[in-house]
Ligand binder design. Sequence first.
Ligand code: AKG
Length: 211
Amino acid sequence: MTAAEQKRFYTRHGYLIVPGLLTPRELTRLRSALADVLGRARRVTRSTRTFRMVKGLDGRYHVKRVWDPIAQHPAFFKLVFHPRILDVVERLIGPDIQLQQSRLTLKPRTPHAWFDWHQDYPAFPHTNFELLVVTVDLDDSTPDNGCLTVIPGSHRLGPLPHRFTFEGAPRTILVLDPDRAPCCAAVLPYDGPGGLQPQGPNDKTRPAAPL
Ligand SMILES: O=C(O)CCC(=O)C(=O)O
């Protein structure tokens, strides 16, 4: 896609996929950073300020979230300034970009690591819309390992009513009839903050880690 096509697609559908933006070498470095960080959680069974833990189907404890991964490893910190990522972000929302937060979501094989349909926007401390979520999939992301799914164009509905719960951080759940939500699935390295997005559980042993 050209730069203009990317912008048009994002404006129309509320998300944008940019395949192959990171090189295999860069991904290898990030996976190794993830292994380092997860190594620190090897004996952790209760959630901490850094790790959100869940019990897996194997009876063991697994990390479901790493809070603020850019403070946990320099490779993640460096990713914030990645020129090819910033070029895409700037194309979509303009220059003078600020980072609001970072988090790493793990998808271990457990019924306790999934997301309800939600918009990210209600959880953000913003009143403007010039913001987006950048997701970098460190593993292949598919329906059977709990990939992110979106309803294209749902950002045009604007902010919708959400119920808030707390799970180490605010969790937003869309207040709507879930039967209305289509079951389309896509691998989405980028998604707009207003788009509807759920994510089912990982029902395979294959790992998945979006950052
Ligand atoms: O990465 C995913 O699969 C979903 C993450 C998400 O929707 C969220 O963190 O709000």
